[in-house]
Write a protein that binds this ligand. Structure first.
Ligand code: ATP
Ligand code: LTN
Length: 335
């Protein structure tokens, strides 16, 4: 990692709350590997965020490890990027508390993810779910990140991060870099196959979600069953949520424009189109799955790089945290 002084910093994370989905992959993970050449990248397992929704401890532990293997299979190279566990870097929780005191309840009340998740988990609307975006702000600001590659659903949290950082910088002096969210042109919001007006999400277990570890048969079946309209024409248009979503998936993987896709499938039915989408998705995931199996067989390797990555991340994070502690006015008896 020599020669990185002038490189811009990238940070991102995914919650290890289950098997990652095609949405996680096309909206976020796929970009990460590409960014490693030009940026100094920090990629974390957002496990502190994950407990905002109840987890079964043994499954949660296993999901963390599996998600690390998926990161590697997707091309994250620990020689180039820092791969770490959020819970192993105490500065995340420490900065989050400070930033809680610089975030207004009015701002948190506007967060759509909170509104959405509190309806879905009505029996467990906890404080962590509410202050979740502040922890995310801490994740980003600790590393003085310039860019944060995420799916569209996270852009509102990025706006909040910027607002809180600007507020803190104004209250004291320049402390945080003001980060920017980065989304893809296609694939930034993949919708559920069974309810195409809703985001595809890893905590939805039905056939609407394609998981990155689904076999080809399963992928083909889920796509064949995807909800579409009765128009019968492969064309991107308002209201054709199901077809628009399949076109976005096809476009994100093949790089073809919507116009190209419309010509390719002119005069053909949804059946042909769905089969083609299924093929490209299964192909893309298939390559990744064999890499995944290879990493899963090497537990010691993954553990070691998580330990080293988390140490490296802690070193950087601690520097920002001490700056913040000093500015806020915490008394330091060692100085
Ligand atoms: P959960 O269901 O546990 O809330 P999730 O599937 O929404 O999880 P996150 O861990 O919250 O996934 O998201 C990780 C990253 O993947 C974020 O950058 C997010 O924007 C992106 N992402 C998640 N779902 C999609 C989707 N359907 N389309 C595009 N990007 C997505
Ligand atoms: N909130 C994100 C996951 C996440 C994240 C981050 C993404 C936690 N911390 C920092 C980017 C940067 C989500 O996708 N739900």
């Amino acid at each position: 990692m020599e020669n990185t002084v002038a490189k811009k910093v990238v940070l991102s994370g995914i919650q290890p709350s289950g098997t990652l989905t095609l949405g996680n992959y096309l909206g976020a993970l796929r970009n990460w590997a590409q960014m490693q050449e030009d940026y100094l990248c920090y990629y974390m397992l957002a496990d502190l965020h994950t407990i905002t929704v109840r987890q079964v401890p043994a499954e949660f532990r296993q999901n963390c490890f599996k998600t690390a293997a998926i990161y590697l299979a997707a091309g994250i190279d620990p020689q180039k990027s820092t791969l770490f566990l959020q819970s192993m870097v105490p500065a995340h929780s420490q900065l989050a508390w400070v930033l809680d005191c610089y975030t207004m309840m009015g701002e948190l009340n506007r967060m759509t993810q909170f509104k959405d998740k509190s309806t879905r988990h009505e029996d467990h609307i906890n404080g962590g779910l509410y202050t979740y975006p502040v922890l995310m702000a801490a994740d980003i600001l600790l590393y003085q990140a310039d860019l944060v590659p995420v799916g569209k659903d996270q852009l509102q949290h990025l706006e909040l991060t910027r607002d809180v950082a600007i507020r803190f910088n104004h209250a004291y002096s320049e402390t945080f870099k003001i980060p920017r969210g980065l989304t893809n042109e296609t694939g930034a919001k993949i919708m559920s196959l069974s309810e195409p007006t809703k985001k595809m999400s890893k905590s939805e277990m039905g056939d609407g979600t394609i998981f990155m570890l689904d076999s080809k048969d399963v992928v083909m079946r889920k796509i064949r069953k995807a909800v579409t309209d009765s128009d019968g024409e492969v064309r991107y248009a308002e209201g054709k949520h199901g077809i628009n979503n399949l076109m976005s998936i096809y476009s994100a993987i093949t790089g073809k424009s919507f116009d190209d896709i419309e010509s390719e499938f002119a005069g053909k039915g949804y059946g042909d189109f769905k089969a083609a989408v299924g093929e490209v998705v299964a192909d893309e995931l298939g390559k990744l799955q064999s890499e995944y199996e290879r990493y899963m067989a090497d537990k010691a390797y993954i553990n070691q790089l998580l330990i080293e990555g988390s140490e490296r991340a802690s070193y950087v994070a601690r520097k920002t945290l001490s700056k913040v502690y000093r500015k806020v006015g915490f008394y330091d008896p060692t100085k």
